[in-house]
Design a protein around this ligand. Structure first.
Ligand code: ADP
Ligand code: MG
Length: 140
């Protein structure tokens, strides 16, 4: 199986509770490799662009506020079937519905403050990676 890439964000609720290493441990034990990583404080413009697909949703304003409220860690993850594999490792959007052992079951506070983002397709992974990384900053 060929290794592919996905894009991840460790969200403000997790960085604020000093859970970056704990989240990374679940990612690595799940079989994905962190091949790019940077800690940033997202601007409103970055968050609005990143979540543009959700612009019409009732929670959009709240989501942008949350994503800009504290630092995040943006990541590129690599491994076999990285996109669907990371969705499994993350667990369901709503932590109440997430399987045991998933990042969201272990750490998420709510459906909004749910600790991590992961791309939902290879196409979106490429778009999202390009928003935050150049190839030179990704070392596999
Ligand atoms: P996922 O992150 O699992 O791909 P979505 O793409 O549907 O989920 O939503 C993007 C993000 O928007 C979620 O991770 C969460 O932070 C937030 N969100 C989704 N649904 C809600 C909701 N009903 N209320 C508040 N925030 C939400
Ligand atoms: Mg999504």
């Amino acid at each position: 199986m060929a290794a592919t890439r996905t894009f991840s964000i460790i969200k403000p609720d997790a960085t604020e509770r000093n859970l970056t290493g704990a989240v990374n441990k679940v990612i690595e034990e799940g079989g994905l490799r962190i091949v790019g990583q940077r800690r940033i404080h997202m601007t409103r413009e970055q968050a609005e662009q990143f979540y543009g697909v959700h612009k019409e949703r009732p929670f959009f304003g709240e989501l942008v506020e949350f994503m800009t409220s504290a630092p995040v860690v943006v990541q590129v993850l690599e491994g076999d079937n990285a996109v669907p594999r990371y969705r499994e490792i993350m667990g369901a959007t709503n932590p109440a519905e997430a399987d045991d052992g998933t990042i969201r079951k272990l750490f998420a506070k709510s459906i909004g403050e749910n600790s991590v983002h992961g791309s939902d397709s290879d196409e979106n992974a490429a778009i999202e990676i390009a928003q935050f990384f150049t190839e030179a900053d990704i070392v596999g």
